[in-house]
Write a protein that binds this ligand. Structure first.
Ligand code: MSP
Length: 665
């Protein structure tokens, strides 16, 4: 039996999980499940990256000890795995003793190879991304990756001789052109390496929350040196256990790391270099996906524009969330996360296409054949039958291929082409007409058989992405266990099978987008700190900013035209009344004069302003926002406020003498 080892990044614990983390974990899970269905043995690892100054500071801010803080936040990622039905085999925490042993062992090996020396680091450091930023790469004095403030560091540090690996890395990339998927990401790394590598600072002395450097505990390891090693820890590296040696030899050469595109350099450059130095082979493959965007910017805790996976599981169900993210993001490209797109996909793809197929196929067998799958002799088959069987067979082959190629969106598109084909087949055959005349019995049998048989195949093919839906379809078809993909073929549904009652798989959601927004309002929707590129962030509690038009693949230019900007009607308003929203820490209900009328706006500014501090203020609002319900109150607009990183919102002020209703542009 072939085997493979799949990993997600281990997630930082300075923030709770959001859709971005959930996505990589669900994607890796879908691939793991597909491989198991294809008969492979899979070892699937995820976990949390818990060291570093950022975590130490977050714990201080929360006023709890760092280990307690780490336990609490790490538990939310473990919970995410349960909530999302992730089939991981291990969950690693970098604070575990097994990981300390592994990281120290790899350090020693690298040291023995003569690749570590002591020096002094002086330069800029971004604690958000935990990276050193060369002066020339700063953008307006800030981190080029996340836009956060960088800090000047000057301290004694151990260095890794990364420069020594310039040529070995280039040779490795040349010999392994499929090392990074998509391929263009490898080209980016190659270009970077070709420009020449500088040695890398791999220890810090200015904080303690890390793994001590062997033999010099005043230093802790650079978090990436520590974190990357997790992939070996989970196989038992550094444990001294002889069984671990065998496990590493077996699994390490098969490893695929699934990551977001922002950490390709660490995985495709630092990591192979550390491994080469330690005498171990580089990973087999790195798969780098794009970003989920919200309102045109990368969804991230530091920008404050995150969506909680829990809200979407609650409203749409887990399978629908898993389907949406896999379908909407082709590998390597960015995609927009918005309530509108999820709702549309839910109703079109899940309720209409798949839901209808399930209910039609199962209901008709109950209605016309007392719930027993009819037999389907070969004779009498016509072009319509043959086309459907051929489409089913070719879909099985192409979906397998797409999963192998980690093209899950494509696999789903192929599966949905089959779903639509079966729906069309049913409409063309019109079993409800055939059933009226017993002379059509054989044709009706064939029609019902093929529909149910294709549905069985569809259930098997959606299983890696929607395990619950697959199981429910199987239950209706009275099939006990998932079918292995190796023997999956059209025409093997047993005639005579007694079906179970039909269940509604994905009942249509008849809510408006505003009603949904109210439902997905996250408890965590702290007003967004202003990203480096925007002047002010909305203080409305609506979790999902209106979606930006889908950017072209890989577009990094999120600028808008003046026409786009002018669509947003910003106006001066006067606060007439203000009251706290019961049971909400963050929301305040305002009655404001906008010049032409008085309206109610619910704003997420209660932690920064008491209601009486607000009455009489002159503020700026987005006046043409569609209404949204927040805690049961209809909000007609959004208050603008700026939020310093990690701080409270500060209302955007204009000269109080301006009349209400003045346009701001
Ligand atoms: N701790 C490091 C990884 C160390 S791996 C040895 C880290 N952690 S993180 O918490 O910042 O998680 C980053 C990963 O989360 C991304 O690489 C990606 O997998 C996922 N995502 C976080 N935000 C995302 C989006 N907005 N969109 C898609 N994935 C995102 O980096």
């Amino acid at each position: 039996m072939s085997e493979s080892y799949l990993t997600t990044p281990i997630y930082y614990i300075n923030a709770k999980p959001h859709i971005g983390h959930a996505y990589t974990t669900m994607l890796t899970d879908a691939i793991a499940r597909s491989r198991r269905l294809m008969g492979e043995k899979v070892f699937f690892l995820t976990g949390t990256d818990e060291h570093g100054q950022k975590v130490e500071r977050a714990a201080q801010k929360a006023n709890i000890s760092t280990p307690t803080f780490a336990d609490q936040v790490s538990a939310t990622f473990r919970q995410m795995c349960r909530d999302l039905k992730i089939s991981n085999d291990d969950f690693i925490r970098t604070t575990e003793p097994r990981h300390h042993a592994a990281a120290q062992e790899i350090w020693r090996r690298v040291e023995r190879a003569g690749d570590i020396y002591k020096g002094e680091y002086e330069g800029w450091y971004c604690t958000v991304d935990e990276i050193f930023v060369p002066e020339a790469q700063l953008v307006d004095g800030k981190c080029p990756t996340c836009g956060s403030k960088v800090e000047r560091l000057k301290e004694e540090s151990y260095y890794f001789r990364l420069s020594k690996y310039t040529q070995p890395l280039l040779d490795f990339y040349r010999d392994h052109p499929d090392f990074v998927q998509p391929e263009f990401r490898l080209n980016e790394v190659r270009t970077f390496v070709e420009a020449g590598l500088q040695d890398l600072s791999i220890s810090r002395t200015s904080f303690k929350w890390g793994i001590p450097v062997p033999g010099d505990p005043k230093h802790v390891m650079y978090v990436w040196f520590d974190a990357l090693t997790n992939y070996l820890t989970a196989l038992g590296f550094g444990s001294g256990d002889p069984a671990a040696e065998e496990r590493i030899a077996r699994l390490w050469p098969t490893v695929t790391h699934f990551i977001g595109k922002e950490i390709v350099r660490q995985h495709a450059l630092y990591w192979p270099a550390f491994l080469m130095s330690a005498g171990l082979p580089p990973p087999r493959r790195i798969v780098a996906h794009g970003f989920w965007l919200m309102g045109g910017a990368k969804m991230s805790k530091s920008l404050g524009n995150v969506a909680r996976y829990q809200d979407y599981v609650e409203v749409f169900g887990l399978d629908a969330l898993r389907y949406f993210v896999m379908r909407e993001m082709p590998l390597g490209q960015d995609a927009n996360f918005s309530d509108e797109i999820i709702l549309t996909r839910f109703n079109a793809d899940l309720a209409n296409d798949l839901g209808n197929l399930v209910s039609r196929a199962i209901t008709m067998i109950h209605r016309y054949r007392e719930g027993r799958v009819p037999s389907c002799p070969d004779e009498g088959r016509d072009a319509l039958d043959r086309d459907l069987v051929a489409a089913t067979e070719s879909t099985i082959a192409s979906v397998k291929e797409s999963f192998r190629a980690i093209q899950v969106s494509q696999a789903l598109q192929e599966t949905w082409a089959l779903v639509r084909h079966v729906n069309k087949f049913i409409v063309e055959r019109a079993p409800w007409v055939l059933a009226k005349d017993p002379a059509n019995d054989a044709l009706l049998d064939r029609t019902l058989y093929h529909a149910a048989d294709a549905l069985r195949i569809i259930a098997a093919l959606v299983d890696p992405v929607m395990p619950d839906a697959a199981e429910r379809i199987r239950r209706m078809l009275n099939i006990n266990a998932p079918e292995p993909w190796s023997s999956l073929a059209a025409g093997t549904l047993a005639a005579g099978t007694q079906l179970n009652p039909v269940e509604a798989l994905f009942p249509r959601i008849e809510k408006t987008i505003e009603e949904l927004r109210g439902m997905t309002t996250s408890n965590d929707s702290t007003p967004a700190p202003a990203p480096a590129s925007t002047a002010a962030a909305p203080a409305s509690a609506a979790p999902t900013p209106a979606p930006a038009p889908a950017p072209p693949a890989e577009s990094t230019d999120s600028r808008i035209s003046i026409d786009d900007f002018m669509k947003v009607e910003l106006r001066v308003a006067k606060v007439l009344e203000a009251e706290a929203v019961p049971k909400s820490k963050k929301l305040v209900k305002l009655r404001v004069d906008v010049g032409t009328e008085h309206r109610t706006i619910v704003a997420g500014i209660a932690e920064a302003y008491a209601p009486d501090q607000l009455i009489g203020r002159t503020i700026v609002i987005v006046a043409n926002l569609k209404p949204a319900k927040l805690m049961g109150i209809e909000s007609n607009g959004m208050v603008l406020a700026a939020s310093p990183e990690g701080g409270l919102p500060n209302l955007v002020a204009v000269d109080p003498s301006l009349p209400a209703g003045s346009r701001v542009r």
